[in-house]
Design a binder for this molecule. Sequence first.
Ligand SMILES: *Cc1c(COP(=O)(O)O)cnc(C)c1O
Length: 249
Amino acid sequence: MEAQQVDVAGNLDRVRQRIAAAAARAGRSPDEIVLLAVSKNQPLNLVRQAIAAGQRDFGENLVEEAWQKFVDPGSAASLTGALPAALLPDPGVRLHLIGPIQSRKAPRAVACRPALIHAVDRLKIAERLNRFAGEAGLALDVLLEVNISGEASKFGFSPDGLWQAVDSLLTLPHLRVAGLMTIPPENPDPENARPYFAALRRLRDRLAERYPSVAWRHLSMGMSHDFEAAIAEGATIVRVGTAIFGPRP
Ligand SMILES: *Cc1c(COP(=O)(O)O)cnc(C)c1O
């Protein structure tokens, strides 16, 4: 399997160095920035290599895949190249759900006990997550996904839609809103993503002014090709897949 040739530990090292350099250029501490290793579509053996190299935060797009890889690995034998052995409960490993969550997947998303849900993109899914978190006696940390570019193909609240929904979102007792997330338009030049990252930061700053009791701590923005630009604009979580695990099989 080609994927098994990937030097995950070396890639992680290089990504961490690039994060540190980008933080230094922005006058920030690298400790403010969480490296999220996006392991979607990647086999468990690569995830384990990353864990062995000290990586702790992992991101998955699909709730079912997250469940199979991180919660119930007995069911993971069906995944290509996966080794059926438990990753969780490894107390140090934190699972993040970074993809849009379908309504019917809300119970299982909560059952995954994610450290953070990055892509709450409409009030209805927030209400569903709140309901199941309440039933499970959990408080769920979530980010609100913003479609900052206004592209029709993108998930997320429009900035206006977010201002309309935010009062309702903040009254859901079992969700703790921890910040914002965005995916800029696809573009090979990371400089072109910077205005979108900056716009998300400004929106966060305005929300923090208006709702000072909420911890608008996180800006989840930046992927393999543009995380340095995102760090320059204030990212606190970068979601990096390919640069760590190689191309997805
Ligand atoms: C796949 C994905 C990533 C990682 O993308 P890479 O380009 O492989 O780093 C980050 N965020 C989200 C939401 C994704 O779906």
